[in-house]
Design a binder for this molecule. Sequence first.
Ligand code: SAM
Length: 426
Amino acid sequence: MTGERWQLLPDLDPEEYEALKADIAANGLRVPVVIDAESGAIVDGHHRQRAVEELEREGVKVPEYRDVRLFADDDERLAFAVGANLFRRHLSRGQRSELVARLRAEGWSLRRIAGVVGVDHKTVAADLSEIGENSPIEVPERVERRGGGSYPARRPTVAPGVVVGRAQDERRARQALATLGDEAPARTLNLRDAERRARFADYQRMRSATEPADSAGGERWELRAGDFATVLDDLDPGSVDLVLTDPPYTDEFGARWVELSELCARVLKPGGVAVFYAGHHNLPEVIFQLGEHLAWLWHIVVVQPGQESRFMATHVHNGHRDLLAYCAGTYQPRRWLRDTITVTTAADKSLHPWQQGLQTPAYLVDMLSDPGGIVLDPCCGSATFGVAAIDAGRRFIGVDVDPVTVGVAADRLREVAAGTENGAAS
Ligand SMILES: C[S@@+](CC[C@H](N)C(=O)[O-])C[C@H]1O[C@@H](n2cnc3c(N)ncnc32)[C@H](O)[C@@H]1O
């Protein structure tokens, strides 16, 4: 497959092309070049890429801007290329007829062609008859695939994608999407998120082949494998001093924040605090859901100097993490709490792809609970917050839906508990 395979529309005329190139030289790429993750071919942006390369040869450096997409098949690639081109281009009658014929030859229904080209299906049929194919106006509900099977004629196409800002990151984006495969979410990710998800997918595949470890830690800690909404039913109401948790920030976690809010309201002691690590992209929704059963307390910011990440979708250099603090009932302040925590070391990621650092939970456990109290993390991953709790002489209860992760966490806590018993700080 070559890049030209997806160049569906005729070349821009020289004047249009020079205008595009001048705009790119002055303003950079406003629209990313879209790359097929599987083959590396350009699916959309042939002219933009050509302009960037020419400018480079002329000594003008244009920052790269690529959107690497994982398509299910050629049909999806084609649909994307058509949609992306038509979004920006006005076609002459002749160009439209040519495109209609090409799509028809690919097996598209009249209705689907009409939808994507932005005309009604009678116009599509008229275009076809003009260039020789005297097609009856039939509008099937489903389109047969050439390789077998069928799909709805109006199927929406949202291929998972990764936007990168440097040509050398394209390979990493393709690799991450290849690792994710069917687990890639149908939206655009930044490279860091895609690689993190890929590592996690890899890790889960690898880990699911091993036996979970014993997860009973005696008096000092306990881990449970399962969904937080079901495996904590036996926890006494009002028995927990502090909930400290870092749930998945993904859209798939969806409405589960409200369930976390409900759980915390039930198990926390009156006036007990729950602190949630939260992602940036859906913060208003998370705040809304957590407020369902808990009272808002404060917003804590963790500053991570030198650990900036770039969010391509919004073009934001992000250097902080948001923690949301809530209370079960009325908050009774006992100590002065800092709402800005500066961490000085990067988190180790050797036990979990989303493993957090210890500095922040150590501070929060110290400020928001007392020795001997119970700290609960209902989405505990590698139990970093359990380490902070045990180190500070609290009891810890952790839950993770993934039994293999629970095994990793159990090994970690057993080691930490043994270390603190021997008087060693971890
Ligand atoms: C962001 S990670 C936590 C990382 C952890 N703070 C650490 O330092 O390792 C979120 C964890 O929540 C777990 N999880 C997701 N849905 C869950 C559910 N419904 N019940 C319990 N755990 C869940 C995931 O398996 C994942 O390990």
